[in-house]
Design a protein around this ligand. Sequence first.
Ligand code: PMP
Length: 414
Amino acid sequence: MRQNLDNWLDAYSARAHNLSVSEVRALFAVVSRPEVVSLAGGMPYVAALPKDLLREAYDAMMKSNGDLAIQYGGGQGDAKLRDQTRELMALEGIRSSVEDIVITTGSQHGLELLSGLFLDKGDVVLAEGPSYVGALGIFRHYQAHVEHVLTDNDGMIPSALESTIKALKAQSRKIKFLYLVPNFANPSGVTLAKARRAKILELCRKNHILVIEDNPYGLLFFDKPVPDALRSMDEEGIVYLGSFSKILAPGFRVGYVLAPPAIRDKLVLANESAILCPSSFSQMMISSYLEHADWKGQVETFRGVYRERRDAALSAMEEHLPQLETTRPDGGFYLWVTLPDGLDSKAMLPLAVKELVAYTPGTAFYGDGTGQNKLRICYSYPTPDRINLGIKRLSTVINLQTELQETFGKKGKK
Ligand code: PMP
């Protein structure tokens, strides 16, 4: 029998010891059972994408570019797709040159490349509190310290950013960049208010801190478009990340980075070193899709699907858990829920799975172990009925835990 002993433990790099199972991925096996309503993983509802659109894009691509699509390509990515991404970014006020865009294997890969370029052990990354679990995993892998900046329903608070920078500077800590998800953030669902954007940029400019703007959800608004991207206000101090995962499909694994020329050159080298080139096949499929399909109409369809699910999630919260505070996102995939004091969402998860519902515990979204009384609900994948059922099941667990806490927790403190 094969044993799960690791004979190479002392051979790993120091960095490798910081690779740990993400709390989100660890859940996948359990929650993919059909009887469990999963409000956990942030999966796009790709069933809302008519597959004929992809078939047509494929046929057109093979007809015009068949051999190139199955060949190696350039390390910076396909020139035509880079040009097409300019149109996407222009929807959020960004003016860009095709020269400054690098295609990556999803924006996750963009974050990985940027972390490799900038982070040494002990460096500080500033991030919202809470922040995207996948980014935190990369920063941890590079042995960086994540300093969370206080965030409310309008996103990161500029005065909190200012005092955090001041305190870190007083300790002579090296701040490498500020990582931000300004629109419909993962996990909070909140959007950085327009008035705060300029202030945050001003603080970063003044303190010579690079900003990484990660924006996979910006086009998935429900009522009104998001404020212009940070990148539309500053070209030199910002690296912008975009992705096709949420507005098309994550299976292609295509994202893009818009960076100032010096960083862009390094990114191309890093891309070539890591993967030679991004997938020609995926890039050309997407390029053909953008050319031939009504992609804006499809984004509108996705918006409608997610708006209906957001509504289902909020009304289920009002019906079953009216006492709990939750964010009210205007786009994207997520609700961020605050549990009563003393409840621990991680400890509660096995009980929830027993009740056939899953969510992501709040601690996954902090680098410092906080967030115990928070949890993320992702409404993008289950149907509205299943969302209601899932939140109803969740209320059974939360209400019981609250009762137990009120009865025994307080007694225990006497
Ligand atoms: N950034 C954020 C905020 C995300 O939510 C995700 C996916 N969940 C990513 C980046 C990675 O997306 P991808 O690699 O599929 O482009």
